[in-house]
Design a protein around this ligand. Structure first.
Ligand SMILES: Nc1ncnc2[nH]cnc12
Ligand SMILES: [Mn+2]
Length: 578
């Protein structure tokens, strides 16, 4: 900040100069006292300068509406929205979210440091604050092939960037437990730069949490039960309460939040599909759901604002007070949080739900693989044959709206050649993960129960976290057609039925994000959702995002990577034959 800016802010605060803008007749959410106060809000150069009785060059009448600090998402993978940061910001602003702390490990698993740089470069010059954590586990484990590997030395240069806040979710617990060299260096480098370290403590025991906290890993977003949440708070971790498209943990966890421990709790979405962001919202949806689950509106708003800001040391964010950034919104109804007007840096960016910003068309330096990241050999039906020695198989059973799966053993049908035969009635489908980065010709095959598809096949290059090609199908032929279609569009989502592609969404950027406007992607997603109904999918959960997590070998219990079936609790591959 320049001297004259500081002087101007002091002169406005002391009423010797008029503010740029004054907001009058509002009910201000005071996140520090947990109260609602009245008073004018003086704004100058995008910051609040005072609460009280002010005059300004521009006066905005809040008409008795509530005024909340803008919401902050403490942990999100932007790529899961399937649109670029620019479009992601446009989709979030109407929901009162103006800041996210993103973990670009999705694109980093495909393109390495070029992926991180792309996310930094493509998230500037927007009326939105993107902060980043550096991917700590690329690949997530050695039990899969990713598109890149990131070592401590690869991450270090990024810490110079002011928008980099720390090391992203440490998922490789064994590497921490054994004090593995490169993991230790990643942690030490973050500490050396005074940065934060996010955790991923899915399924970890209380003693495992001691290891994480002792190592300086101080947040977690993977609690799925109240007792897990309490354990994390007890050991000094910030509790990130997640409500995303697949992982919906909020209602299980909210009961343990109270006015004594709430300050250590914040909200995250982690992964949210664009259609859910538009229909339900982002962190505003977490807030509404928390209030509906019995949490006070004030505490819910504190969790979505000042708590998230303090968790990441964002000094001038998350509150309405002099010296804080003028990122706020006007809303009606303390329960329903009906957002009418959103301000970023003191400027209205959304009015009556309508975006008031023009498109940003800044050109980026793009690497060749950014839009050409999908490569694998021509596949045939033989590639999807699953030979079994017996009729008992290890099967991945999905749990709707959870990233966790069950490991079950069930009888399956086999052909007279001993090949697994999908069963519609038993809901036992083929699952395949095809390495798609370096032509390794590596295919992991498994059986999945619970997807509910009665015909056809689905395929996507969003397959956490290595983002190979994952697909589920009822016939080998449909799976071959789906794989061919995915390669033709260089990544995305495809729905195939009776040998025909009936819907698709191209995600050209790293096979993860579309480069089209978010409204267009939203329309394509609605077509995809209709096509899924033709395959018999119910709408209690999203089959694409669900299969996208069946390849994530750091969340219990049975998953599939391109290297085969993987039992997470035992950190080992297992056979399909039970
Ligand atoms: N919850 C999660 N944990 C680990 N990796 C992820 N990638 C996307 N979401 C994730
Ligand atoms: Mn995680």
């Amino acid at each position: 900040m320049e001297g004259n800016q500081l002087k101007k802010r002091i002169f406005v605060a002391s009423k010797r100069e008029p503010a740029d803008t004054v907001i009058k007749n509002g009910k201000i959410i005071d996140v520090f006292n947990g109260e609602i106060i009245e008073g004018d809000l003086a704004i100058v150069d995008g910051y609040f300068a005072g609460i009280g009785d002010y005059e300004g060059n521009r006066v905005i009448d809040a008409n008795g509406r509530y005024i909340s600090p803008a919401f902050i998402d403490g942990h999100v993978h932007i790529e899961s929205s399937m649109v670029t940061p620019n479009e992601f910001a446009k989709a979030l602003l109407p929901h009162g979210v103006t800041t996210v702390i993103a973990d670009p490990h999705e694109i980093a698993n495909v393109l390495g440091v070029d992926g991180i740089q792309y996310m930094l470069d493509s998230s500037e010059n927007l009326p939105f604050d993107f902060f980043f954590m550096l991917p700590s586990c690329v690949p997530a484990t050695e039990f899969e092939n990713s598109g890149a590997t990131l070592h401590s030395a690869d991450l270090k240069p990024f810490y110079q960037q002011p928008r980099v806040l720390g090391l992203a979710e440490v998922m490789n617990f064994p590497a921490v437990l054994t004090a593995e060299d490169d993991m230790l260096n990643k942690i030490l480098t973050a500490k050396q730069f005074g940065k934060k370290i996010d955790g991923h403590a899915a399924g970890l025991s209380p003693n495992d949490l001691n290891v994480y906290m002792a190592a300086g890993i101080c947040t977690d977003h993977e609690s799925t039960t109240a007792s897990e949440a309490k354990e994390r708070l007890r050991r000094g971790m910030y509790l990130m309460i997640r409500e995303g498209t697949v992982a919906k943990d909020l209602q299980q966890l909210i009961p343990i939040v109270n006015d004594r421990n709430a300050r250590r709790c914040l909200f995250v979405t982690d992964d949210k599909h664009l259609d859910d962001l538009i229909q339900d919202g982002s962190i505003d949806h977490n807030v509404r759901l928390a209030i509906a689950s019995g949490l006070s509106s004030i505490i819910a708003i504190q969790m979505a604002t000042i708590n998230a800001a303090e968790c990441f040391g964002l000094e001038s964010k998350g509150a309405i007070a002099p010296g804080y950034k003028a990122d706020f919104f006007l809303f009606d109804d303390l329960e329903k949080i009906k957002i009418t007007t959103v301000f970023k840096d003191g400027i209205a960016v959304v009015e009556n739900g309508r975006l008031m910003i023009e498109s940003q068309n800044h050109t980026l330096v793009e690497t060749e693989r950014l839009r050409n990241s999908v490569r694998y050999h021509e596949l045939t039906e033989n590639d999807f044959h699953i030979p079994l020695r017996t009729n008992n198989a290890n099967i991945i059973e999905i749990i709707p709206n959870s990233l966790v799966t069950r490991h079950i053993i069930e009888k399956v049908d086999r052909s007279d050649l001993g090949l697994f035969q999908p069963s519609i009635n038993n809901d036992q489908l083929k699952l395949a993960v095809i390495e798609r980065h370096h032509l390794k010709n590596q295919i992991g095959l498994g059986i999945v129960k619970g997807l509910g598809l009665r015909s056809g096949a689905i395929a996507t290059t969003i397959a956490h976290d290595s983002h190979n090609l994952i697909m589920a199908g009822t016939t080998d032929f449909d799976m071959v057609v789906a794989a061919k279609a995915i390669k033709n569009i260089q990544g995305g989502l495809v729905v195939v039925n009776h040998g025909e592609v009936i819907a698709s969404l191209e995600l050209r950027i790293a096979g993860l994000m579309s480069d089209r406007p978010y409204q267009e992607v939203y329309e394509r997603l609605n077509e995809i959702n209709l096509a899924l109904k033709e395959l018999g999918a119910n709408n209690h959960f999203n089959p694409f995002l669900t299969i996208s997590f069946l390849s994530l070998p750091v969340i219990p219990e049975l998953k599939l990577t391109d290297k085969g079936l993987f039992q997470v609790s035992k950190f080992q591959h297992i056979d399909l034959d039970a």
